[in-house]
Write a protein that binds this ligand. Sequence first.
Ligand code: AGP
Length: 613
Amino acid sequence: MCGIVGYIGNQRASSVLVEGLKRLEYRGYDSAGVCVYQNGELNICKDSGRVMAMAEQIADDVRFTAGTIGIAHTRWATHGEPNQTNAHPHTDAGGRIALVHNGIIENYATLKQFLEGKGHCFRSQTDTEVLVNLVSEFYNDGSNSLEEAVRPALHEVTGTYGIAVMCLDEPEKIVAARKGSPLIVGVGTDEYIVASDASAIIAHTSNVIYLNDNELVVVTRDGMRTLTLDNVPVTKQVEQIEWSLEEIARGGFDHFMLKEIFEQPEVVGNCLRGRLDLRDCRIQLGGLDGVRRELVKTRKVVISACGTAWHAGLVGEYLFEDLARVPTEVEYASEFRYRNPIIEEGTVFLSISQSGETADTLAALREAREKGALSLGIVNAVGSTIARETDGGVYIHAGPEIGVASTKAFTCQLAVEAMMALMLGRRRFMSQNSMNTYMEALSRVPEQIERTLEQSDRIREVVADYVGYDNWLFLGRGYQYPIALEGALKLKEISYIHAEGLPAAEMKHGPIALIHEGMPVVFIAPRCATYEKIVSNIEEVRARRGRVIAVATEGDERITRYCDHVFYVPDTLAPLQPMLTVVPLQLLAYHAAVARNCNVDKPRNLAKSVTVE
Ligand code: AGP
């Protein structure tokens, strides 16, 4: 998720663009760039780092002082680490066309090959540079305008995009288009602002038009026109922005955490995009290509992480052993780094981290590398230290996670682990039929999360009755034991309620002594091989007058007989259930924290990335 802005009007374009980027920085902040047309040139300044750093660079740069048309970008890297070459805007080889892009071009490798065959050269590792060269290919191939080059180029693209494009031959024009990524146009007095969302526009006008998928807009000083990618004119209604800046950044949600919970269908979709090849029944994880040979010889997986990422690792243990039959261990990175661990031949050391900067996880990685392990990473922040120091890995494409309590990164970490385990399992023993069944089920997870989210209001109503209790238990079996731990952590870290997660069968070995009249106990009990066992565990708690909330499979009427409240998730295969069952627990913790007036996005005593030990 990146932020793009385009401006044409009478104001100094670089100021409007920089202001717009600052307001879009919650969408991505690892590099920034601007392109302004002035003195017959497309002047570009771009670099890794925050918008402010780039703004300081151009503040006194005469190339940017007078221009009144330009495009700009703030980045959340997906292809190519954050550095000056990979920053946007990207230009074609001749520097005549400049483009900024928010989204993922899935078939960029194929298009790149085609363009290299046509003599195009590439400087960066990005999918976006491929797109601008494709536009240039059509432009030089006799199209009579920029939009007549952009349209056919976009017909060749699979994936998602929000783009803004400028061209030296038509300097008084911006062409923008969208598919899958948001794009709106602010209609001001003698000026237009194209942007990923209204936060970059609201300071100038509240009149906007919203582009739909497969629509393109051509903006000049004389006006704008919108058309489809098939060149059919589209009449657009100018609408009013009613949200405040804060609300826009939060997408209309009260908190970033709730926004990120509701982003999960989209970001899990992004995480799977271009990796699940259902037609050829194959999983493609480009970041592991370089270690494919060693990977097949894996004899053991050791997963290392902290906090929520450690819980994702626990689910990974079940996935790798169940789907790939590889012995797997999960380590607290903070313990592993000081334990002088034994790393055997054929060990894959898998570090999981949203930020890619967590000190303990990094130190454990360095220790494992020192001892000769093949090191892989599952990371969100592209170009982060852990990503750079591993031999290979997979980015989760969850976009920036602002809320300190990790939510969407967790479900995407589970999606990547499932893909890695399936890929390894298929290479080792899994039949094509099973692989197909799992891949089909995985491809349905985004819409199933969507359906699970529909219970948010009901969860809010139910939790209101429980927020007075200061001690909770979360219980699960098998794949759901790590989800019990994650549910407890979410409640602890944002509502400050003490909660403990446990394997449900452990209760009778001590913790059941805690159960008393009215104590909330949350069971994660979807239909699975141990369903009957967990129903008996529920009855043990009921017998001691505990209050039971359960997460169960849609259609399971029977469980309502044993529980005070039940939240449902759609049915899926047991290894994939954790991506669904965690969602009601995220919402439960969120609504409990709001009901207790806690600072949800910035809970006390916590930092988003723990870079100290
Ligand atoms: C989770 O909500 C917390 N923010 C915390 O436990 C976090 O998961 C942990 O610090 C690991 O962070 P990382 O994924 O960035 O390495």
